[in-house]
Design a protein around this ligand. Structure first.
Ligand code: UD1
Ligand code: MG
Length: 448
């Protein structure tokens, strides 16, 4: 990574009207993270020393997300939308402090890789004043065209200002620009708005730099990496591209995805070696899966840590705060939340285990429910090591079942159970011999 200090200016003022949403565009998520979060994370990995985020008026939610992800981010408001250069200059105070390199990018372009940004900056260290990221879309309509002469970038022409010949160029501006810090502010402040849209175009930086005798260059990125998001359709397309990357990385790391296109991962999903993921599994944020785990079909996981050799599902739902010890088995239609389940324990069928600790090798029978909520607050259930919870039991929290204790099937347990005891909490069975026969004799044949 470069030793040069780097200021990143992220333009996040887009309202995204085509999203038809109350949420600002850059807060829409892909693979479990907002687009703004993706961009901030990428720039962190690319070595950003400082970050300035330019937002629209009254967008405290965008400012809050920027600070959540990067507490030292400086946030600036662009009060009027007068163009991309005008947006960058909203962060003037950040630009006035020295930085070797300045990188400008859009928060609605979330698929950029850190390596691409590093490559873009490299020419600055070699003497270029401006470097622009280019790409070759199937259809260049609407993009600024990169006009080159050999290795030099001569100008960027916006669609509306381009001649028919220039429009035929398919090398386009992805919207990511690197400027040498020393000249950045002087170039930006000289950009005018004499163009077809009457906007202050960031892209004019190229011609201004060249008029100063400085050099500008373009580097090229894959189309997939610079895909911008302006609509829900493009959001889904970006999601698909990112999911493809995440699936390939998971498989390269040693996980088997039987039907990769049906497995949905989050950026932070960690899968160990020889993990087997059956079809139709969703990993929400915060999931770590250690080696040799089997995740059967139709399971949903978020905020969960699965230790070595665990098996879950089919149809398991692991919610945040779940930790499964080595070899734990979670079966079909089992939901866990804030549940610490120690090594070797089994919860095989149709159960809810929430706000609970289950000791090692305990067996939680089918249909067991931890009744953790009384309508006001949540309470904890403690199940000791080796305990056996009979099927269809309700454990009314706060309650504890001691190690090695037995709970009779169908019990409602409201009081603590000592270790190695048997607890029964159910109506007693009454048997009345001959009762049914006597009823039939008195009433005659039942009507069908
Ligand atoms: C811009 C580029 C174009 C490039 C294209 C790539 C300029 C002049 N043109 O065009 O060369 O091919 O992106 O997608 O830079 N923004 C603000 N404030 C403003 C104006 C824009 O914050 O006053 C933000 C927008 O929210 C958006 C980004 O800057 O995230 C780009 O603006 P947009 O209007 O979409 O520029 P394009 O016409 O697409
Ligand atoms: Mg645009």
């Amino acid at each position: 990574m470069s030793e040069r200090s780097l200021l990143v200016v992220v333009l996040a003022a887009g309202e995204g009207t085509r999203m038809a949403s109350r949420l600002p565009k850059v807060l829409h998520r892909i693979a479990g993270r907002s687009m703004l979060h993706h961009v901030l994370e990428t720039t962190r990995q690319a070595g950003a020393t400082r970050v300035a985020v330019v937002i629209g008026p009254d967008r405290e939610d965008v400012a809050a997300e920027a600070h959540r992800v990067r507490p030292d981010a400086q946030v600036f408001v662009q009060t009027e939308r007068l163009g991309t250069a005008h947006a960058v200059l909203a962060a003037r105070a950040a630009l006035e402090e020295p930085a070797d390199d300045v990188l400008v990018l859009y928060a609605d372009t979330p698929l950029l890789r850190p390596k691409t940004l590093e490559n873009l900056r490299a020419p600055l260290a070699d003497g270029a004043a401006v470097a622009v990221l280019g790409f070759r879309p199937a259809d260049p309509t609407g993009y600024g065209r990169l006009l080159t002469q050999g290795d030099a970038l001569v100008a960027i022409r916006e669609e509306k200002d381009a001649t028919p010949d220039e429009r035929r160029v398919n090398f386009c501006n992805a919207g990511v620009m690197a400027l040498r810090g020393r000249e950045a502010l002087s170039i930006l402040t000289r950009i005018g708005n004499a163009n077809a849209k009457g906007e202050y175009y960031l892209t004019d930086a190229v011609e201004i730099a060249r008029a100063d005798g400085l050099s500008a260059v373009a580097t090229e990125a894959e189309v997939d990496e610079v895909a911008g998001v302006n609509s829900r359709l493009q959001l889904a397309e970006a999601e698909a591209i990112l999911q493809g990357r995440l699936r390939r990385a998971a498989m390269a790391g040693g996980a088997t995805l039987v039907a990769p296109e049906t497995v949905f991962l989050s950026v932070d999903t960690r899968l160990g070696r020889d993990v087997l993921v059956e079809p139709n599994v969703v990993f929400g944020p915060g999931v770590t899966v250690e080696d040799d785990v089997v995740i059967h079909a139709f399971s949903h996981l978020e905020g969960a840590h699965l230790e070595r050799g665990v098996s879950i599902g089919p149809y398991a739902r692991l919610r945040p705060g779940t930790r499964l010890g080595e070899g734990v088995r979670i079966g079909n239609f089992v939901e866990t939340k804030a549940a610490l389940i120690d090594a070797g324990a089994k919860v095989n069928h149709l159960s809810y285990v929430g706000d609970a600790h289950v000791g090692a090798n305990a067996n939680v029978g089918a249909g067991t429910i931890t009744c953790n909520y009384d309508g006001f607050s949540k309470h904890r259930t403690e199940i000791g090591a080796g305990a056996f919870i009979g099927t269809n039991s309700s454990l009314v929290a706060p309650v504890s079942v001691g190690a090695g204790a037995y709970i009779g099937s169908g019990s409602v347990i409201t009081d603590d159970v000592p270790a190695d005891a048997l607890a029964l909490g159910r109506g007693r069975q009454a048997v009345k011999e001959g009762w049914a026969a006597a009823l039939r004799a008195a009433r005659g044949k039942p009507k069908v």
